[in-house]
Design a protein around this ligand. Structure first.
Ligand code: LLP
Length: 470
């Protein structure tokens, strides 16, 4: 059977197979398996439109244009609160938002207001944080290949922790700190040798990795010894991050045990490490088929396993640091598009093209990520047809949604793709010279711009014509 026939069959039984959004108690539900897929503050209003943060997204699309990233402030606040409560049983813990998921000056200001730390991975992210007056002591600086000027910048800014990833970096940092006459607090990034079940591109804890120092081959302990011998380096603890978009607890469980084994072995050699940073990695829901652990259960799970592991090894309880990115902001983001061309290829599929694509959400083509779509202006209409939603880039692989059942689409409809708050804006590009969309924050019925839409002038702002070609 060809793919085309498959789609035809799908279309004939579309109503049984579709996951139809319906209203109940004001929230958006997907009826398949009675499952509920509620992202943040999503509701349906009397016009049958999707609302987020009390704002009608069809009106947002009119006011700010599309494509548009919508950022649900309340959803982020809630997640941050959940994380704080979940780690509440520990005497010492810190939640450090991984800025790579989504960082703007406004976001850094919100993270500061929420009282979280911030993980940055480049001079550019550090600059963004400092532009928001983010307290440098609450910044943790990551990266497998930080440049000397980035390290210098981090030292000058007085960041709280530098996470050292290699012997080379340890030496460079030690020399820089010495010439500046300061003692710098570091964590060592270790590779515990855990393979998390996620896309191979976003696995990081396995031995064959460009990140960190392996526990298994002795490099990690060697680095601890070396760091302890450097007068301008203060080794506070160890860090690991096993990957991203992880759904199962086993990998996290194994990681806690391996890291605590390592800390016990270090203590035996007389090296007492007081901080354990377990990185980020908790997965989020993109579709109703995804069933990640909720933030509260995840946080409680880590806190409990850490307490047990410390007790079993007779170790004092370290301060627990975690670096959630996606699980704080992912489900708080929704991208709005306007539907343009609808092309029916009889017996094959129907393409609905939207005014964005791989430029604003590269995750589909990069990691085969699967998303769901909602027709924001037709929330109470029955699904009627199966569509493949494509972007507007000159690239066949520029698709956003595959075989999704939606109400009958017409040009001008507003398509909302939920769960795009993480690694979408931050990974967006100007491919085909498409301007990046605006980001608008919604909260309690109000909306405010976090990032302006790029204009054509922005696209050529840094371009120069070499003298000879004029
Ligand atoms: N800490 C470290 C050291 C990390 O490398 C990362 C993510 C995090 C924390 C945050 O992880 P999260 O909680 O967001 O899973 N672009 C990919 C994801 C790459 C993640 C890189 N590191 C994607 O779109 O799936």
């Amino acid at each position: 059977m060809t793919a085309g026939t498959n789609v035809c069959l799908l279309a004939t039984s579309v109503l049984e197979l579709c996951k139809a959004p319906v209203t109940s108690g004001g929230f958006v539900h997907f009826i398949e398996f009675g499952g509920t897929f509620v992202n943040g503050t999503m509701q349906i209003n009397a016009k049958g439109h999707l609302t987020i943060g009390g704002c009608d997204v069809v009106e947002l699309a009119q006011q700010y244009g599309t494509p548009l990233y919508v950022f649900d402030e309340e959803a982020v606040r809630q997640r941050a609160e959940d994380y704080k409560q979940a780690l509440g049983s520990l005497p010492k813990s810190q939640i450090i938002y991984a800025g790579k998921a989504f960082l703007t000056v406004g976001m850094a200001a919100l993270v500061k207001q929420l009282g979280l730390g911030l993980d940055v991975v480049s001079g550019g992210e550090l600059y963004t944080a400092l532009e928001a007056d983010f307290p440098p002591e609450d910044i943790l600086f990551h990266g497998n290949n930080k440049s000397i000027s980035e390290l210098q910048y981090a030292l000058d800014a007085g960041v709280g922790r530098i996470v050292v990833d290699s012997f080379y970096e340890l030496q460079v940092l030690s020399q820089l700190a010495e010439s500046k006459g300061v003692v710098v607090s570091i964590l060592l990034r270790l590779t515990p040798g855990v393979e998390a079940h996620t896309h191979s591109y976003i696995q990081t804890g396995q031995l064959d990795s460009k990140f960190g120092l392996a526990i298994g081959n002795g490099a990690a302990m060697e680095a601890v010894r070396e760091a302890q011998g450097l007068p301008n380096i203060q080794l506070m603890g160890v860090h690991c991050h096993i990957g991203s978009q992880i759904f199962d607890t086993e990998a996290f469980d194994a990681t806690v045990l391996l890291m605590m084994d390592f800390m016990a072995a270090a203590a035996q050699e007389g090296h007492y490490l007081s901080e354990l940073d377990l990185g980020g990695g908790l997965g989020i829901r993109h579709t109703d088929d995804d069933d990640p652990m909720d933030v509260t259960s995840f946080g409680r799970f880590l806190a409990q396993r850490l307490q047990e592991a410390a007790q079993e090894r007779g170790l004092p309880l370290p301060k627990l640091l975690i670096e959630p990115g996606r699980s704080l902001v992912g489900e708080a983001g929704t991208t709005l598009y306007t539907v343009g061309v609808i092309k029916d290829l009889p017996g094959i599929r129907t393409y609905a093209s939207v005014d964005g694509g791989m430029t604003d959400n590269p995750r589909v083509s990069l990691y085969q990520a699967v998303y769901e779509g909602l027709v924001a202006n037709k929330m109470e209409e029955e699904p009627a047809h199966t569509y493949t939603v494509a972007g507007k880039c000159c690239e066949s692989g520029d698709k956003l949604l595959f075989d999704v059942c939606l109400p009958q689409l017409e040009s001008g409809d507003i398509l909302a793709v939920p769960s795009t708050g993480a690694y979408n804006y931050s990974m967006s590009s100007n491919y085909n010279q498409l301007p990046r969309p605006a980001v608008v924050c919604v909260y309690d019925g109000t909306s405010e711009i976090m990032v302006e839409r790029e204009q054509y002038q922005d696209l050529v702002r840094l371009h120069k014509i070499p003298q000879r070609w004029r």
